[in-house]
Design a protein. Structure first.
Length: 66
């Protein structure tokens, strides 16, 4: 993420290897182990997902990218 300029960062992850990326993102799509970790750490700025359609639907309905 350090290599690129961006206005907003979105992380999509499901495992513990995604923690560092998720902690730096403005919006996190988390499932399984990543969601459990974020819950334990009290991080609530994530959206639970099961399929990529969930992510697409959220982004279409939210104004996050506006």
């Amino acid at each position: 993420m350090k290599k690129y300029q961006y206005e907003k960062a979105i992380a999509i992850g499901d495992g513990l290897t995604d923690i560092n990326m998720a902690l730096k993102a403005d919006l996190i799509f988390a499932r399984k182990h990543l969601r459990n970790y974020l819950d334990q750490e009290g991080k609530t700025n994530y959206v639970a997902w099961e399929a990529f359609d969930d992510i697409c639907q959220y982004l279409e309905q939210s104004n996050f990218l506006a």
